[in-house]
Design a protein. Sequence first.
Length: 293
Amino acid sequence: MEKRVLDRRLDLLAAEGVVFRTQVNAGIDVTAGELGRSFDAVLLAGGAGQPRDLTVPGRELEGVHFAMDFLTQQNRRCQGDDVPDTAAISAAAKHVVIIGGGDTGADCLGTVHRQGAASVIQLELLPTPPERRAADNPWPLWPHIFRTTSAHEEGGERQYAVATARFSGDAAGHVRTLHGHRVHRIVTDRGTTFETAPDSAFEMRADLVLLAMGFAGAQKCRLLEELKVELTERGTVWRDEHWMTSVPGVFAAGDMQRGQSLIVWAIDDGRRAAAALDGYLARSARPVAAAAR
């Protein structure tokens, strides 16, 4: 979403009396107990920022980064923030490999183009999607078909049915090569597995690797630990039909309880959670006792 649209909405909220306190790490700068003592209700809307990692040899090499670390840094750079050279993640003149074929991977693709990458290859574990809906993907299910975004139209190569086995680097500890192999997807009643295709091992140049393999729920942080809210099997914050978590007076909305999704869902969740929270406050005249108090 365009930043000017967000800025306009933030200005409206501030004019309505909403107080924004930036640069506050909830759970560290302010504890769960302090929130419980200061407010009658708390809404958790921290997103689903726990990135899915790739546990292969060489993951620790310099130059292998989570996609969101790369993208958020570029957003700050575009807003005029100073990014020290020692912390900068840049694709300029580098051979880039993006692991993951979803929306986050496409965002990385467009960004590395603009940073002047020497080359970019996007890898996806799943096979190439069909041009049209498959028999097991009828309407009204979301169509899992081959899509080309504006970022893909700008260049780069996409490879499907590929798994990464390991990374290797140079003497300075910087990643230089990705070692992988082709895979076959096996779907059974017990789930989906991937088998290595015979004689399919390969290597490719990789000076910068961006991990864009999705997310594993809410980012694990001290605030959730102190609140002791219940989590789902997917790692998201559990909530009931009234948007309340397992802790009385603590609510959840957006990706934090839904899992990674689109901003339109976050907006809708926020409105519904706000209505539920308003009803809760109307029924309760006493302050909420936070679990961590």
